[in-house]
Design a protein around this ligand. Sequence first.
Ligand code: BES
Ligand code: ZN
Length: 891
Amino acid sequence: MREGSSPLIRREDYTAPAYWIRSVDLSFDLDPAKTLVVNRMQVERNPAAAPGQPLRLDGENLNLTRVLVDGESVSFRVEHQQLVLENLPEAPFTLEVRTTCAPEKNTQLSGLYTSGGGFFTQCEAEGFRRITYFLDRPDVMATFSVTLRADATKYPVLLSNGNLVEQGRLEGGRHYAKWVDPHPKPSYLFALVAANLVCREQKIRARSGREHLLQVYVRAGDLDKTEHAMNSLIAAVAWDEARFGLSLDLDRFMIVAVSDFNMGAMENKGLNIFNTKYVLANPATATDADYAGIESVVGHEYFHNWTGNRITCRDWFQLSLKEGLTVFRDQEFSQDLAQSPSARAVKRIEDVRTLRQHQFPEDAGPMAHPVRPDSYVEINNFYTATVYDKGAEVVRMMQTLVGREGFARGMTLYVQRHDGQAVTCDDFAQAIADANPGSALATHLDAFKRWYGQAGTPRVSARGHYNADARTYTLDLSQHGLPSPGQPSKQPWVIPVAMGLIGPRGEHLPLQLVGEDAPVGTERVLVLHEERQRYEFVGLDAPPVPSLLRGFSAPVLLEDGLSDAELLHLLTHDADAFNRWEAGQRLALNRLLGAIRGGQALHLDAPFVEAMRTVLRHPTLDPAFKELVLTLPSEGYLAEQLEEVDPQRIHTVREAARLQLAQALHHDWEWAFEAHQVRGGYSPDPVSSGRRALANLALAYLCLGASVTRDPVWPGRTYQRFKDATNMTDRLGALSALVNSHAELAAPALERFHAMFRDEALVIDKWFALQASASENDGRVFARCRALLSHPDFSLRNPNRARSLITALCFMNPAAFHRTDAAGYVFWADRVLELDAINPQLAARVARAMDRWKQLAEPYRSAAREAIARVAARAELSNDVREIVTRALAD
Ligand code: BES
Ligand code: ZN
């Protein structure tokens, strides 16, 4: 926790550093209680900066023991967590700083810390200053050489960035290793590991002919869970070469898994450090979703090697330069690996679902901020869905506006221009536009860049009108944005609207705009850049149904006024799988929202049920796609569509809908379950995982149905399947079906599951999370969560474990969390305060569960405000949590 309260940092205040650090020589004498760090830097004045400025090095929680300039001791002072040196030589000089720190006391997991008996680092964004004094900002890039010394028995593996140049024994049972990283890098990309680990390794030869050594380091018992991570890494190396011509620039590339980690993974140069959750997988312990997560996170961190590491951010306001772009790249990677058009669409639907579930609410709440924020108190609070997922959509729109090849050209130009530099989002957009002169992006570049500066989700309205006499179809598009914190009014965005027109028999109509000589294709991208624009399509013999925003071509809220009949037409005929899914969701949404708003009981009408049956029984649609269509919009997504939210009402209505689908489609679910069994060995490929997903959904509905009929057959079969399963996807699917239908067999199954996996931390996380996200049933789920807090396996110190219970309840289970007796909010406030004393970054993430409190109906709203105010009233709060609760309470 920092002392005092930190100031607001503003983007407009950026100035270049007064000094550069060109190279760093670090030496570590590693000891959990007291580690000595000797830091020798080559420093020079920045001729472009104002002269006469002191050198101010950042440092946090360090014991400073010595400062030498060119070998001589000098006077210095420490103020505001900075080491300040004045009267420095004009010429380049050597600065040596000695400090000590206590890794075993570092519960924040930022800087140098211990986990499972080893040493690990996490430096992004500002963790390096917790290791040594430095210009801890991304525009200062230096070459690093690092010497590690540690006990040889406890820490046989000593790693840092770059290449191993020397190693050997030392006195007293210690040993050392020296690493040199030839690539200049900002301090946030530094890493070291000293631990007792083993590794899977593989040599690969790149297209260029260069050989590389790939390694995945884990604890001794986990080697059998590293194959998928290694395969994902090999695939990532090949993909970046094939799609963007970007190859690996290191002889050795290492991934290290650690069980205490705040985030998913970190792209340190040549030495990625990963949360075990995104490395370890075998069929017995990991689900299909885990396999997919590993593939995308391994890809993501690898892709940062170019987009982030070789070309980095000038300042942290530019975070989306590397994160938005790299999320886009990992999404494309997974789509390309999935291959079939249907599997690609499934991945796109999942990504959009994530965006809507996390980013849209963020953009509508107190934490709303532009993709490139204007200010922050704590940068860790701005690793957000907006910077990441909306940032990725902004890059995707650029690709849509210049085409796939044009985008690849733009990437090449970006790398050519900026390799080795610390740059801005403007530089990126400029490169993509410059590589595509005459494109819609180049034409509208300044307006397009409003996507970086304006917060809030644009609202797009579409209205079509068919004129039978003229055989024309007029499409009117308009846009507007609601006010967001600090931004009362918005200018028009540049919005690519991919679209098609579908005829009465489901045919995809040739598209010809008035003034064009002939129709061009059946799909095109309209570029909405003014407040309203009109498009007139000609040569149409009958009124078409518009299919708009195909593939979710822009991150907007579309209001198109389509009737149920038109939505059914799209669900049946649209060639765009995304819009086909969207039509199904909209049909469900109309019914659910109607019942929620109207306060009446939900009744699913026959046409809707028949449409769902048709999709489920469809002869050619893929099972993975069917599973997405037949999954109702989540309670969280429903809440976002409402002006005032009663979470209990939403839960009641959605559960009623689920039950009706369970009953009305009973035989279809039986068929779906039987017809989608996967035989043979486990493989996480899209086809098998799609079949498992649909079979598990069927099982969930069958158990739900049985909870009403009291027929013991399906719960019994499910329990049997739970016991016999040969992979975690099927086992967890069966367990989840029992738990979420409140079956009597749920309790023995949970007990058995725990006993089976008591030594598998990542599986025990699932055990907690499943119970905490279970469908609420008369408060029993919440009561269980409270009881689980004192389970011997529960701990707030391990982020994965803390999240498995707290995040699952407070973010993923609205009906268990939002209670009329306010007990959920009390639980939340207590956990935020407890966590804040241990790990403020994690506490601040949990704190965000209350972001949308102003949307709640009474009595939730008042109780929520009271809970937030209680947290805010705590004097010794971290800046991390302080910033979140202050924003939440602001008007
Ligand atoms: N650079 C981040 C990790 C990070 C984030 C470090 C915040 C410090 C503070 C990394 O590249 C990343 O984005 N990881 C994501 C996963 C990714 C697939 C989106 C994560 O950790 O959640
Ligand atoms: Zn990243």
